[in-house]
Design a protein around this ligand. Sequence first.
Ligand code: BG6
Length: 469
Amino acid sequence: MKTTRKGFPDNFYWGGAIAANQAEGAYREDGKLPSTADIKARGFFGGLRRDADYYPTHKAIDFYHTYKEDLALFGEAGFNIFRTSINWTRVFPTGEETGPNEKGLQFYEDMFKEANRNGMTVMITISHYETPLNLVDKFGGWDNRIFIDFYLKFVKTIVTRYKGLVKFWLTFNEIGNTAVIPICWDAAGIYPDSENLEQRMYQAAHHQFVASALATKMIHEIDPKAKAGAMIAYKTVYPYTCKVEDVKAAEAAKRKEYFFSDVQSRGYYPSYIWRYFEEKNIHIRMERGDEEIIKAFPVDFITFSYYRSRVVSADYEEPAEKTSGSLEGLVNPYLPKTDWGWTIDPEGLRLALNELYDRYQLPLFIVENGLGAKDTVEADGSIRDTYRIEYMAAHIQAMKEAVKDGVDLRGYTMWGPIDIVSNGTGQMSKRYGIIYVDLDDDGNGTGKRIKKESFEWYKNVIKSNGEII
Ligand code: BG6
């Protein structure tokens, strides 16, 4: 008889994840031109503007120049994996060039080597909300099929250059957000106030499925030791009541999330989506061969971000308060919330892991999780972020339970191990890090790095391979 696993496997990956545009700054340096991230005045909730006084991503935490010290700190914490993204506009500033920008390529080569030297395997998100702005200005968003070619040129260039340096490639960050307003801007370069929005978003998703499949093929051909993964935003869904209507609404909401990983891992459009498309009058234009491509090159593994669960009701007139700073859903009266109104639900992560593993039977990787909170620097210079330790401890405990449940979980990269700019709000004060960065929401401050109490704590978790939480 098989016995259950008692803890994390020996080769478990522990580390942290950031995105290029939220950390690097240097937004016009060494030939780089603006990406879709660079016109977000204050995160995606702050709107898209070309004339704002301040754009948090332009300077961010200056990781472009500080990566050596920052990676050394991650190494000191014991990370054996580091996830970041490659800002497309460092490599192809307009997206249209026939050849890459060598300075941009060199920067990432140096950075990945530095990560390797500090004991970290590199995981790369190829597209983390960073499409060349020039491409979007000229060709619209990803619903224009031309984006597949631009993307594949970028993929071929980086996978060839970083062969042997990068082990895991994620084709699109939180791909399901291509069909979520207003993040469709981040994920697919589609303005949230566009006409015919849903049609455009799902057409964009189709092009991303084809692009992801062809990227997976390329990754396998160019670097057979590397793996290609899907990356979705997972929010465990609960029905608001046990009324059948609420349960049905919750199931429908789950399917909207699953649709993306279903296609990327199973290699075909699930039957349930066609009725949804029909009812919404959505018509996907597929070219001959698209379905075969999607079928032939599914992803090797599934990664996801998990911050919170959500509650769904068939009737939004229910007497429940809507969550603030959240995109959808209702308040869960049984669970606490963060300062930004995000539900804190570690058991939801155990459910997420089990649901995803039951559905796909593929290796899983949590590539984002953490607590966005305000931190205070005490008079003695310390930062006592016990709330962050409690949040992470509870989630890591839930992961361990899921592993005991039989889930094939390969790793955990906490979100923002060093404080970075919030994607949603553009704030620095929404901090996730175990390393503090002395910068405020307007970019004022020294940029100095300070280890928080959670730094030592996470270091010990890693050292004990999750035994001491
Ligand atoms: C994920 C994104 O959705 O959530 C990250 O992949 C983002 O880019 C993270 O930073 C946390 O969200 P926020 O809005 O708190 O930065």
